[in-house]
Design a protein around this ligand. Structure first.
Ligand SMILES: *Cc1c(COP(=O)(O)O)cnc(C)c1O
Length: 387
């Protein structure tokens, strides 16, 4: 983008490619056009090798084994494959599925479809900090519970859910545990073994990888999770996701996972400090600003707050030199208050006045200082004009 491009602070919606990933994607596009399924010649072998290298890197990010990773076009497809694939595998004996009230549409949509197919759906709300307590999940489990699906980190308020505790509960009760980790992956440590996760969805473009790639982790033992495919064709990805693989995107996704894992601890510390600095600036300069979601159990780069009396759409309209949002990218055209914020007990008038800010790998201290000034200046101007 040009030097006068807005400061990008919407990393929950998507992230810019890391230049190291871009270079690999370019190189693969140029030099390795082979079909990873062509087993008879060197073009195919080279492509297949790139895919398997990527599979190892993606698996390593969540402590899975490479054979447990199914490449998809993104987290939406991974979530759909998991949920509808399970429903199809258990077609003749639908049971109960437990989920949170604040899932991304990529989970909420297929769960609604399960509802239409005769599953019983229990939707459990979070505490006022935006964390789903394990006890609330336990309280709704029944004898025919088959699956608990709770996102790892919330995409609007960044709150981190107690995955290990839920995994343990599910294991005790013989229920599968799934998590949509599109926001959490690469930002906080995830471990499918330690956390007892059976199904986990990933998205490449949320971690500085290319768009059009993602993966589903499907546990192979203790227990072996069986899904019915959603589409049929060639035998790619163990028959779970047939179709010619997008080798450049997958290679880039793998590298993005490796880079995220490598820099995670330092990056988390850096982003938390920048985020805290931004909130410090805003909350000391302005009256009537409130943080939404728990201040501690949240993603390092996430800030979500409400500005009393100033609706989100006016904030966004005034902040043309900042790329921020009022909520999820999927609902950003809407002037309705965020259901996620309402679910925390944020009053509707404050939920209508929210701003979501997401920092990323290339966010600098200068940009944060600048963003703080612009937000503070705009709010003062809008409030001044209103009184
Ligand atoms: C972005 C996102 C998705 C969708 O991922 P795609 O790869 O864009 O399909 C799903 N779940 C969550 C929590 C997300 O943030």
């Amino acid at each position: 983008m040009s030097p006068r491009a807005p400061i990008y602070l919407d990393h929950h919606a998507t992230t810019p490619l890391d230049p190291r990933v871009l270079e690999l994607v370019h190189q693969v596009q140029r030099d390795h056009f082979g079909n990873a399924g062509s087993a008879g010649h060197a073009y195919g072998w080279a492509a297949a090798k790139l895919v398997e290298q990527a599979r190892e890197k993606v698996a390593a990010l969540i402590n899975a084994s490479p054979a447990e990773m199914v490449f998809t076009s993104g987290a939406t497809e991974a979530d759909n494959l998991a949920l509808l694939g399970l429903a199809d595998a258990w077609e003749d004996r639908p049971g109960q599925v437990v989920t949170s009230t604040f899932e991304h549409e990529a989970v909420a949509g297929p769960v609604a479809e399960l509802d239409r197919r005769g599953w019983r759906v229990a939707r459990v709300g979070p505490d006022p900090g935006g964390v789903l307590e394990c006890g609330s999940v336990e309280a709704v489990l029944t004898a025919d519970s088959r699956l608990v699906t709770v996102m790892a980190a919330q995409n609007e308020i960044g709150t981190i859910q107690p995955l290990a505790e839920m995994g343990r509960l599910c294991k005790d009760r013989g229920v599968l545990f799934m998590t949509d980790a599109a926001q959490a992956a690469g930002r906080i440590p995830l471990d499918v073994q330690a956390m007892g996760i059976d199904l986990l969805a990933l998205s490449s473009h949320k971690i500085h990888g290319p768009k059009g790639a993602g993966a589903l982790f499907v546990r192979r033992r203790d227990p072996r999770v069986v899904l019915r495919p959603r589409q049929f064709g060639g035998g790619q990805e163990g028959g779970l996701r047939p179709g010619t693989l997008d080798v450049p995107a997958i290679a880039g996704f793998g590298e993005a996972c490796r880079l995220a894992a490598e820099g995670m601890a330092d990056e988390a510390a850096r982003l938390s400090a920048l985020r805290d600095d931004l909130w410090q600036r805003i909350s000391t300069a302005l009256e009537g600003v409130t943080l939404n979601g728990c201040p501690r159990r949240r993603l390092p780069g996430n800030l979500n707050f409400s500005v009393a009396g100033v609706p989100s759409h006016r904030l966004l309209a005034g902040l043309t030199t900042l790329a921020v949002s009022s909520g999820s990218a999927c609902s950003s055209g809407s002037t309705e208050p965020s259901p996620v914020l309402l679910g925390l007990g944020v009053p509707a008038d404050l939920a209508r006045c929210s701003l979501r800010i997401g920092l990323g790998r290339f966010t600098t201290a200068e940009e944060i200082a600048e963003a703080g000034d612009r937000i503070i200046g705009l709010v003062r101007k809008l409030r001044g004009a209103a009184s």
